[in-house]
Design a protein around this ligand. Structure first.
Ligand SMILES: C[S@@+](CC[C@H](N)C(=O)[O-])C[C@H]1O[C@@H](n2cnc3c(N)ncnc32)[C@H](O)[C@@H]1O
Length: 268
């Protein structure tokens, strides 16, 4: 079993976003542009995540204590989450993602957003300079979260914060290795604590309600109209159905966490 992943499914559940190497993000961004979705609706359609915006709002409130300095949305994809944070706070959020096509779509959808290419294991920033790191839907894509946590810890300033929103296993630890890893919250927090990041806040929400998911649904409906004959379409549907199934069954839950880098030692 990979380090730090103790409860997972063996299936690819599609998570709350789009996989690298698939046309799904491109389908999504094209429709968002053509539908002329604006403002909050554009953010929601670009970054569909169960339990948003409630989880995100709770996380943003908890990040208020982060020191002055830049925020990074790592694995920010099409930029809906980063843009939403910028809209609702006075913070500037820099989006980092390794998929250049997604960065280009993020630039088109949210022209004010600062974006750059980068990997969560090797962030393109100096040590101790970042006020907050946001990881939305990224942790569940990683078999081993230790390198990721080590890198986040490296870039965070003293009293900086890590916010993680993702899908988590609600049950006891399982086994198996798959492309998506639904850890229990407890397991993730334990690994983070061993890496010097302590839990400061937890946010959960009812995933069955809300305008955020409705914005994504209109895009999904249009994907069905436009791409039904594409070879990738069936796979996309299967992923969404599996995701809905595990959420409905209660096997997986959506939640956000905020963790804090340790305080520097004061004078003795
Ligand atoms: C489920 S999507 C979430 C997208 C985005 N956070 C949002 O809120 O819409 C996962 C994202 O993680 C990115 N990703 C995958 N591997 C990564 C890595 N090694 N470093 C940084 N980002 C990564 C993918 O390109 C994708 O954009």
């Amino acid at each position: 079993m990979p380090t730090g992943a103790s409860s997972m499914t063996g299936e690819n559940d599609g998570g709350a976003g789009d996989e690298a190497g698939t046309p799904f993000a491109a389908w999504r961004s094209e429709i968002i542009s053509e539908f002329r979705l604006r403002g909050a609706e554009r953010c929601a359609a670009a970054s569909p995540f169960p339990g948003f915006p409630q989880i995100l709002e709770s996380i943003i409130e908890a990040l208020d204590v982060a020191p002055v300095g830049p925020w990074l949305d790592v694995g920010g994809g099409l930029g809906g989450t980063a843009s939403w944070i910028e809209r609702t706070t006075r913070r500037q959020v820099h989006l980092v993602d390794p998929v250049v096509e997604d960065l280009s779509s993020a630039r088109d959808l949210f022209p004010g957003l600062s974006v750059s290419c980068g990997d969560v294991d090797r962030l393109p920033v100096r040590s101790g300079t970042v006020s907050a790191v946001v990881l939305d839907g990224v942790v569940s894509e990683r078999a081993d979260v230790v390198p990721l946590l080590r890198e986040v810890k490296r870039v965070l300033a003293a009293r900086g914060r890590l916010a993680v929103t993702d899908l988590w296993s609600s049950g006891a630890s399982g086994g198996g290795v798959g492309p998506r890893y639904f850890r229990s919250l407890e397991d993730f927090v334990a690994v983070a604590e061993r890496g010097g990041l302590a839990l400061t806040h937890v946010a959960v929400a009812d995933v069955s309600v809300g305008w955020w998911s409705q914005a994504a649904e209109q895009v999904h409906d249009e994907i069905a109209v436009r791409h039904r004959s594409s070879p990738a379409y069936e796979r996309w549907c299967a992923q969404l159905e599996r995701l809905q199934r595990v959420l409905d069954s209660g096997e997986v839950l959506a939640a956000g966490l905020v963790l804090g880098a340790a305080e520097p030692l004061g004078p003795s």
